[in-house]
Design a protein around this ligand. Structure first.
Ligand code: SF4
Length: 498
């Protein structure tokens, strides 16, 4: 529910079904007229939560009779799922949106924009003013609004029409009942909560996604179990801060609402599952109970993504992170003693406003102590509407870029050393398919979330009978002998089991 809107409109289950039927009828008549089903294309920016919202949007469109198009140029409906976490994603979105203008003829394709940027007045106004050919917009995390948006556009006809603005709309119900078209059936993304209460001073998410709302424990388990029955080997539990799962339920009187640790443990017990992953953990909420589950349950991935952001206590306070470097290091020690060889990745921001050389060196010191297996490194990027944006000092950017290079260089050393320790070992790998960079090799991920490239032949049909040792299908778990370590990946060869 959009607690950040005063006058939101709720789409009920009944309205959702009614509008879905209207669009479905239109799709059937379109099929009768043209002999082809109408098509759609969804472009997604940002995090895995957005990826999952796009999977739901695709599932709803397919339920209404649409089929996936190869590109936006040939689609009847084009959707953009936007992200406002970094300026880079904003700019790429506007670039892609602008590129649709030359192909838009007679009101086709129908263009819709949703996601985090559509929760910000500034972007809503920019889209309406600068891109009047956008047919509809709605906000983040509520794809139940999609049939309503499409039926409004279809009933308005193909003449000149205003953008249908449904940013004040929200949907009732739990997403378990929504159709979903999973991008990778062997990896199921399952949202366990949305929103965030933390208000880190650089982050726009609490303003775009609203306060924390946990999904029902039973519905999450039901969705995860169904996904595994349909072939998922891996479940990824998603939330801005998964460690605080259930806090909102307990505050509203459900005193025995399970914790994230309990949820993780239950999911790890689903038969047929290879790994359960979770993203993102906030260090301030990483409990001993959770560390125990991570240590005890073999199906819980042997990896954790634990954003540090900065190693300077002064900067952590300015960021409103509510832990200090000593607490972070204590968590790392506990994790490593609970689970041998757990890989630890992190997020680091360089150049947060007010960062001095001393603060930066404090970050390097924590990095030296932890030796992260991987890190996502970012130059601080001001986000309008957040407190830290007012503290940004452009004049410091040359110094900040030089620090960033030093930090990346050090992290690359650590990542490479961590990967080198796996050379000559044989690892289990969940196959994703052809490598994105080189389609002559296959790729997949280890239990501790490392990318592995290896030679082999991909059989596209998952019901095929693989007839050679080198044949693999997406979703297979194979044994790979690691021959070479790189900074961000491992190279290897398939190993035959005796
Ligand atoms: S925990 Fe902080 S960084 Fe993460 S989503 Fe919430 S406010 Fe943003």
């Amino acid at each position: 529910m959009k607690d950040h809107f005063e006058n939101y409109k709720t789409i009920t289950e009944y309205e959702f079904d009614e509008q879905l039927s209207i669009v479905k009828e239109w799709a059937i008549s379109s099929l009768q007229d043209t002999g082809k089903p109408p098509t759609y294309f969804v472009r997604t920016f940002g995090c895995q939560q957005n990826d999952h919202d796009s999977e739901l949007a695709a599932g709803i469109l397919e339920e209404m009779g649409f089929r996936l198009a190869a590109s936006p140029e040939v689609a009847d409906v084009v959707l953009f799922n936007t992200c406002s976490v970094r300026a880079n994603a904003d700019n790429r979105f506007y670039g892609h949106l602008g590129s649709l203008k030359p192909i838009r003829r007679g009101g086709r394709p129908i263009i819709g924009v949703f996601g985090c940027m559509m929760e910000q007045e500034l972007h809503v106004e920019t889209v309406k003013r600068t891109f009047p050919y956008v047919d509809f917009i709605f906000g983040a995390g509520d794809v139940r609004v999609l049939p309503h948006a499409l039926s409004d556009v279809l009933s308005a006809g193909t003449g000149k029409r205003k953008t249908v603005d449904l940013t004040h709309c929200s949907g009732l119900g739990d997403d378990t009942s929504l159709p979903v078209r999973r991008g990778d059936p062997h990896r199921a993304l399952v949202t366990i909560m949305s929103g965030c209460n933390n208000f880190c001073s650089y982050c726009i998410v609490p303003y775009t996604r609203g306060r924390e709302r946990s999904r029902s424990y039973e519905k999450i388990l039901e969705e995860a179990e169904r996904a595994v029955k349909l072939g998922a080997k891996e479940i990824m539990l998603l939330g801005q801060n998964v460690n605080s799962y259930g806090n909102d339920l307990r505050k509203t009187g459900i005193a025995d609402a399970p914790t994230f640790a309990k949820l993780l443990q239950e999911i790890a017990h689903i038969d047929g599952l290879w790994a359960v992953r979770y993203m993102t953990s906030h260090p301030k909420d990483l409990s001993d109970e959770l560390i125990e589950v991570i240590g005890r349950e073999p199906r819980v991935e042997s990896h954790i993504h634990l954003p540090l952001q900065s190693g300077s206590d002064k900067i952590l306070r300015k960021m409103n992170r509510r832990y200090d470097s000593a607490r972070y290091l204590e968590l790392v020690r506990k994790l490593r003693s609970a689970r041998e060889n757990i890989s630890i990745s992190t997020d680091l921001i360089v150049g947060f406003p007010g960062e001095t050389e001393e603060d930066f060196e404090a970050t390097l010191r924590v990095m030296e102590e932890v030796r992260f297996d991987a890190a996502f490194t970012f130059l601080y990027s001001p986000r309008v509407g957040t407190p830290a944006a007012d503290w940004f000092d452009e004049s410091q950017q040359d110094i900040v870029r030089e620090r960033f290079m030093r930090l990346v260089e050090y992290q690359n050393e650590c990542s490479l050393a961590s990967n080198r320790a796996l050379e000559d070992k044989v690892l289990d790998v969940l196959v994703d398919g052809r490598s994105r960079r080189d389609d002559t090799v296959l790729s997949g991920r280890t239990h501790d979330d490392r990318l592995v490239n290896f030679t082999g032949v991909l059989r596209e049909n998952t019901s095929c009978l693989c007839n050679s040792f080198a044949d693999v299908c997406r979703g297979d778990i194979v044994r790979v002998a690691i021959e070479r370590a790189n900074v961000n990946s491992l190279d290897g060869r398939l190993v035959k089991d005796d």
